[in-house]
Design a protein around this ligand. Structure first.
Ligand code: UD1
Length: 420
């Protein structure tokens, strides 16, 4: 079993470069199924969710070629199957994008139920509502979702809840539909915009991505023959920003889009950190113990739930009592039990947690319950006194590229060890 051995405390200092966005990549890769041609993706993060997405595409008949460390060429001209097996789809959440893509391209999809982080109930009723409104019939049977349509026809869809996945999936399903589709109460996250930009670069006609009303005028074909660069990962950038504050460090984060992180910047200033933006870089530093700060997660442009655990580490050692209210996922506080093993004083109940700031954390054996919990526990290990052994690295490798190398370059004492 692999583990990360982290010896702290370390003060992070230096430069780090952010990879392409996981949540955009895992939507754009299945979106290439819509293209009757070849396209090239750049700034692709080299993470396990991307590798499994590519393997599924190959299983469906696409040809995927890595042309450099972060670029892939995908040829989806000859799709031979509309069925994505459960043993592959259960490995990650975003496999649900295969439904919208296959439905759109082939009018048929059989996709094993999606897996991913266990953050509580993760319904897909709004995805299904959208597909059905477009004219598809959708059934869940024997661990898979089966969708089919003789014809997809544009329509108006109101999302009952703001959902990134449902917004993107309905966008994918409606790109080649007859007529115009509108998605009202759409998610506005940067990766929703990135998927729309990618599809438009391939010949789609989508307007309003980034607002709560997206309009998709169906086109007959997407042409491919284009190169698209995936947006930088807002959550990875935010993870390093919070690591800089937690370690009272001084870090310059390159290849990011500062405005995607405005909400986090505001919170870091409340925590007592300093932030300076310049082009595609953010400089974050903190010279004193962080201040207590209350946080409530909400859809973009609110505070991202995917940065909540990393922010929780800062609040665990802040001066005073902070409260986090989590409004998206019901089981997002599993990491707090691990932080308490390291000496934190956190009481989590339901969707809120009270952080009584302690003077320091101490190293301990801890387990990542999900991807972002894993990132939070790395930060905790870096600032804690002594050795932290972090297990369940599969979660972390799903979404962070070379995470220990990046932290090591900033001065962390962190090593991956294969423990028999
Ligand atoms: C995506 C991100 C995930 C992030 C989340 C919220 C990907 C691959 N994953 O997940 O990292 O934590 O956005 O920013 O992009 N909901 C319903 N019905 C639905 C769909 C969602 O009730 O059909 C609810 C969910 O239970 C949740 C909320 O809507 O409470 C938001 O979920 P959603 O935005 O869909 O999350 P994901 O797309 O799964």
């Amino acid at each position: 079993m692999e583990k990360l051995v982290i010896n702290g405390p370390s003060r992070l200092q230096g430069d780090v470069t952010i990879s392409g966005a996981k949540n955009a990549a895992v939507a754009i890769i299945p979106a290439t199924l819509l293209i009757d041609g070849v396209c090239t993706l750049e700034n692709v993060p080299n993470i396990s969710d991307v590798k499994i997405s590519c393997s599924i595409l190959e299983k469906l008949g696409a040809k995927v070629t890595w042309i450099s460390e972060h670029s892939i060429k995908i040829d989806s001209r000859h799709i031979k199957s509309t069925s994505a097996p459960l043993d592959m789809t259960s490995k990650f959440r975003a496999s649900y994008y295969l439904i919208g893509s296959l439905l759109s391209r082939c009018h048929k999809a059989e996709v094993g139920l999606p897996g991913g982080c266990k953050l509580g109930a993760r319904p897909i009723d709004q995805h299904i509502k959208g597909f059905e409104a477009l004219g598809a019939s959708v059934n869940t049977t024997q661990g898979k979702i089966v969708a089919s349509a003789s014809h997809l026809i544009g329509t108006s869809i109101y999302m009952d809840t703001v959902s990134v996945g449902a917004t993107i999936n309905v966008m994918l399903a409606s790109v080649l539909a007859d007529g115009t589709t509108t998605i009202d109460n759409a998610a506005k996250e940067p990766h929703v915009v990135d998927v729309a930009n990618f599809l438009n670069a391939m010949g789609a006609d989508i307007h309003g991505a980034g607002t709560d009303m997206i309009k998709i005028n169906g086109v007959s074909k997407l042409h491919g023959n284009a190169t698209y660069s995936i947006v930088p990962d807002q959550i990875e950038a935010g993870t390093f920003m919070l690591a800089a504050v937690a370690s009272k460090g001084d870090v310059v984060i390159h290849n990011c889009i500062p405005e995607h992180l405005d909400c986090l910047t505001a919170k870091i200033l409340e925590m007592g950190g300093e932030v300076e933006e310049s082009g595609d870089s953010i400089h974050v530093w903190c010279n004193s113990r962080p201040n207590k700060t209350n946080i409530k997660t909400s859809p973009y442009p609110g505070f991202p739930t995917d940065l909540q655990p990393q922010a929780g580490v800062v609040l665990a050692i802040a001066d005073g009592t902070s409260i986090i209210n989590e409004s998206i996922w019901e089981s997002r506080f599993q990491y707090t039990a691990e932080l308490n093993k390291m000496g934190a004083n956190i009481t989590a109940q339901g969707k809120s947690a009270v952080f009584e700031g302690v003077d320091f954390l101490s190293g301990a054996p801890v387990y990542a319950s999900d991807l972002r919990a894993g990132a939070a526990l790395i930060i905790a290990g870096i600032i804690a006194n002594g050795e932290t052994d972090l297990y369940n690295l599969d979660h972390i490798d799903r979404g962070y590229e070379c995470i220990e190398e990046k932290f090591r370059k900033l001065g962390a004492n962190i090593t991956r060890v294969n423990e028999e």
